[in-house]
Design a binder for this molecule. Sequence first.
Ligand code: ADP
Ligand code: MG
Length: 252
Amino acid sequence: MTAIEPRLLEVESVEKRFGGVRAVDGVSFSLAAGELTALIGPNGAGKSTLFAVIAGQHRPDAGAVRFDGRAITGLHPAAHAHRGIGRTFQTAQGFASMTVRENVQLALAARDRAVFNVARPLWSRAADAADALLARVGLAAQAQRAADDLAYGDVKRLELAIALAARPKLLLMDEPTAGMAAAERFALMDLVRAIAAETGLTVLFTEHSMEVVFGYARRVLVMSRGKLIADGAPDEVRANAAAQAAYFGEAA
Ligand code: ADP
Ligand code: MG
């Protein structure tokens, strides 16, 4: 018998319908720990819906999701977060009207289930941990600023720090570089790649910039009309006729 490599995430025949729309239509794949994988496909392909199923915001109509060896299908989103699934969103979610540091402190306190009972020592400890996270994402100098005052690129860094505060094993990033200039995009993805390499974090990200996809992903999944139509190394996917027709043709 061959030993089977353990998979961090296993998505099995997942379906999610909205009325007559099959947003996710029988998708199966798995991710090994530490992989940096891109999920691409035209608008409406079902990428964000698939993320919402994996992160527990949507219950699938069929299929199953296993994470770290356990079935998590249909559990509450907080249970997904607690098991180690984090996400950042396609559109910025808005921050609490506090400083950059306080937003990260709040996320750290939430992880420690202390959000409604923020004892002072805990809150101060969270400040040190928040500063460490802010330094890691390049926001140390912005710690005291109001979070809703940040420049767009820094908003994305703060979202990353807040997501990391929960210490995820898997981070789902939905179009992390949308709306960014090229240099800013690469800087953010360099950061994500470095953090993944340091911590063993597994990252699944959706992305429209082919430079980012082929510059950073070790593996590329392609969705079209709810289905997974290609899955492989970047060069294999680039040469795949179905993926080209569904995506690269259109993008050109
Ligand atoms: P992508 O992220 O790849 O652009 P989405 O997952 O956002 O695609 O959307 C996939 C399909 O599901 C689209 O047809 C979209 O209109 C539909 N859809 C997504 N979310 C909802 C929702 N909450 N209610 C109804 N339809 C939705
Ligand atoms: Mg989307």
